[in-house]
Ligand binder design. Structure first.
Ligand SMILES: *Cc1c(COP(=O)(O)O)cnc(C)c1O
Length: 402
């Protein structure tokens, strides 16, 4: 054999039984088979063997198994972003002529996919008020196939009654089975559980069929990885998801999967630490005269507080403030620009604390309309005293401007 071939078809094989707390970053497109019989018989779908890089490696199989444990699910598939986890659920379960129901306060880019792409494929989107299960009941039609839920809602952090919403969908499914609604297939419920992260509450105890998480947020925890996951306890739903996932060629990089495995080991510590800092800042924000409202599910005035209290043992690292209408959008922008410990940037649950100003549509359809500019804070791992002092100095500068 010539030296160049020798380097590629190298005879050395490292010994088995290398064990570490995480499997490391296994990288491959090609997986080698010992013979054609193995090539023909190996099954990747049940995770019993390896066949090709997109179908799984020791790194991704391990990450899926650990995430399923965190989420209280049986099955998990990985996607390269949280947004694609939402899109995968939509693509796997919605057909032309179907309708998807989305909470009015849901993650914005997921709504954009519904308007921009599902609409092109003949799938209708209808929004409902997640704080009002009766509104959900009224919006369900014979065409409804998928109902999204999100707890807490993006930016404005209303906490919905997930079990009540699931009960509404089950009642519609029961009516369909009795032939009253003319429904061919049952409606599926899917929860965006990025906020709860498998820590604050158990998605599947709430009765949903599917859940997804942006692993970009808590499971990674580093602010340096983009990834998502879809979970279920139901083998048939998982099979539909997995086959669509496979046909689309969706997969994640080994180095990214390795980073999420590493982050996952500290998720509970980080979640509870950031929870404590966030609550302290939100409670302090209530004492400031600049804000018309402070949104955090643990605050008694925050919409859905009683439901959060009933269903959750913790809260994520987000709180939002609504500035009084006397503060212009330019003044709020200047407040954000004065922050020095908080950075300006999207995403959350990483080490950096972040702020984003939003001008919300008046028709978010969650109870009271919010008038005034909203700033959402994502609290990281900095010390609470420094974060509070940063907010105070930026607010004090703002008063001087008025
Ligand atoms: C960030 C986020 C997503 C999307 O995650 P990416 O990995 O950034 O695409 C989805 N849902 C919620 C609630 C999020 O906060």
């Amino acid at each position: 054999m010539t030296p160049d071939t020798q380097l590629i078809n190298h005879p050395y094989k490292a010994p088995d039984e290398f064990e570490a707390s995480t499997p490391g970053a296994f990288k491959a497109s090609t997986v080698l088979f010992p013979n054609v019989a193995a090539m023909r018989s190996r099954q990747w779908a049940d995770r019993s063997a390896y066949t090709y890089g997109t179908h799984g490696t020791p790194t991704t199989f391990t990450l899926e198994a650990r995430l399923a444990t965190l989420e209280g699910a049986k099955h998990c598939v990985l996607t390269p972003s949280g947004l694609l986890a939402i899109g995968l659920v939509d693509m796997a379960f919605l057909d032309a002529g179907d309708e998807v129901l989305i909470p009015a306060n849901a993650y914005g880019p997921g709504k954009a996919f519904a308007h921009g792409d599902l609409a092109r494929w003949g799938i209708q989107t209808t929004f409902f008020d997640p704080l009002n299960p009766n509104d959900l009941a009224e919006k369900i039609s014979a065409k409804t196939r998928l109902v999204w839920l999100e707890a807490a809602g993006s930016i404005t952090l209303e906490f919905p009654d997930v079990p009540a919403c699931v009960a509404v969908v089950r009642a519609a499914n029961d009516a369909g089975r009795e032939g009253r609604a003319g429904r061919a297939r049952p409606i599926i419920t899917a929860l965006d559980n990025t906020w709860g992260a498998g820590v604050a509450f158990q998605a599947f105890e709430m009765g949903v069929d599917l859940s997804m998480q942006a692993l970009t947020k808590y499971p990674s925890g580093g602010g340096d990885v983009l990834m998502g996951a879809v979970f279920t306890r139901d083998a048939a739903l998982h099979n539909t998801l997995q086959m669509c996932h496979m046909r689309l060629g969706i997969c994640v990089g080994a180095n990214d999967a390795e980073l999420v495995l590493r982050g996952l080991q500290t998720i509970h510590v980080r979640y509870h630490h950031q929870d404590a800092t966030t609550r302290s800042l939100a409670e302090w924000a209530v004492t400031r005269q600049e804000f018309a409202a402070v949104r955090h599910p643990a605050l008694p005035d925050s919409p859905g507080h009683a439901t959060w209290l009933r269903d959750c043992s913790a809260a994520a690292c987000l709180f939002s403030v609504v500035f009084k209408p006397c503060y212009s959008s330019a003044q709020v922008d200047a407040f954000c620009d004065r922050l020095t410990v908080f950075g300006l940037g999207y995403s959350w649950a990483g080490p950096m604390s972040l702020a984003v100003p939003y001008s919300l549509d008046a028709d978010r359809g969650c109870g009271e309309a919010l008038v005034g500019v909203v700033v959402r804070f994502a609290v990281g791992l900095a010390h609470v005293d420094d974060l509070r002092a940063d907010l105070a100095q930026a607010l004090d500068g703002m008063v001087a401007d008025t």
